[in-house]
Design a protein around this ligand. Structure first.
Ligand SMILES: [Zn+2]
Length: 66
């Protein structure tokens, strides 16, 4: 999806920073923290698109294939 997202805090349009590969290592990984119960992914990396709000600095993550 290449549509635009709006900030959940101030409603400004989010800017795509880029795609990051996060290491998924159970509950210890950053992505594991972020995604809570997604431990079935066990090990590996998870690609997430990072969006940043230019107005308030809020950052959102999205799965690229959604
Ligand atoms: Zn914002």
């Amino acid at each position: 999806m290449s549509g635009s997202w709006t900030c959940s805090h101030c409603n400004a349009e989010l800017q795509l920073i880029g795609e990051e590969d996060f290491r998924v290592g159970g509950a210890a990984g950053f992505a594991g923290m972020l995604l809570g119960g997604w431990n079935q992914l066990s090990e590996g990396t998870l690609a997430l698109q990072m969006y940043r709000c230019p107005q308030c600095g809020h950052v959102d993550f999205f799965l690229p294939d959604r």
